[in-house]
Design a protein around this ligand. Sequence first.
Ligand code: A1D88
Length: 257
Amino acid sequence: MEFEKIKLEITDGYAVLYLNNPPVNALGQKVLKDIQKALQEIEKNPEIRAVIISGEGSKVFCAGADITEFADRAKGILPEVEGSVLFRQIELFPKPVIAALNGSSYGGGTELAISCHLRILAAEASMALTEVKLGIIPGWGGTQRLPRLIGKTKALEVMLTGEPITAEEALKYGLVNKVVPKDQVLAEARALAAKLAKGAPIAMREILRAVTLGLDTTIEEGLKIEKEGSKIVFSSEDAVEGRTAFFEKRPPNFKGR
Ligand SMILES: C/C=C/C(=O)SCCNC(=O)CCNC(=O)[C@H](O)C(C)(C)COP(=O)(O)OP(=O)(O)OC[C@H]1O[C@@H](n2cnc3c(N)ncnc32)[C@H](O)[C@@H]1OP(=O)(O)O
């Protein structure tokens, strides 16, 4: 697969998708199209069981939407790939997606990161939804995901002021899984992705589905989604392998069947 604005590395059962749009990894249409194309390939490839999204060639993770493309929007020219649609595809992705934030994120860059399932943030970095400073709103899911992740009060403070959440606050508010020095972010993400790549793909898919869909509905409906997932995994070969390996006191070898 050839890409212009991202780099894709496939290794050890997981993929690393690097944003590669210097100087600030602004999410222009070309970048969003490349991300969407790469995710379609990753989803189809059973050898890939986890995804890392990180930044390259920039001192920030991502400076958000490409502001130079806003004039078209103002004229009513709609983008081919809408960030909010792509980020929902990431949130609904059937394999774990880890955001490796090796620099600060702004606007749509933060919205990209919070559409991922897991996040590792550089201690030197921060995460901001700066749209209000440009007279617009976090239109790529930020108004919906941030309150669900850190609570309405802090989320409103972050979105109304446009001021960044520090790495320390991000950890405290549960916005990220881990904070490490910038030069260790990718290694941490790789270690996590390699661990997930040895996991049971069907079980992980059903956990992601039950949590993502369950959070947006009633507990009764959520329990129905969980029950559907349980039914699927118990009828899988992986469930047989899981309990067999347990009794044989050996690591399971999940095939995703
Ligand atoms: C629904 C989603 C909406 C959104 O995401 S709205 C956009 C939200 N993003 C932001 O508010 C971040 C805007 N950018 C910045 O605040 C700063 O930049 C940085 C902190 C990221 C980096 O600052 P520094 O190191 O001083 O660099 P620099 O001179 O500001 O930027 C380098 C070049 O990159 C361009 N640029 C920066 N951000 C964007 C962007 N988001 N879209 C398009 N271009 C951007 C600048 O204009 C400049 O360009 P040149 O060198 O030609 O002057």
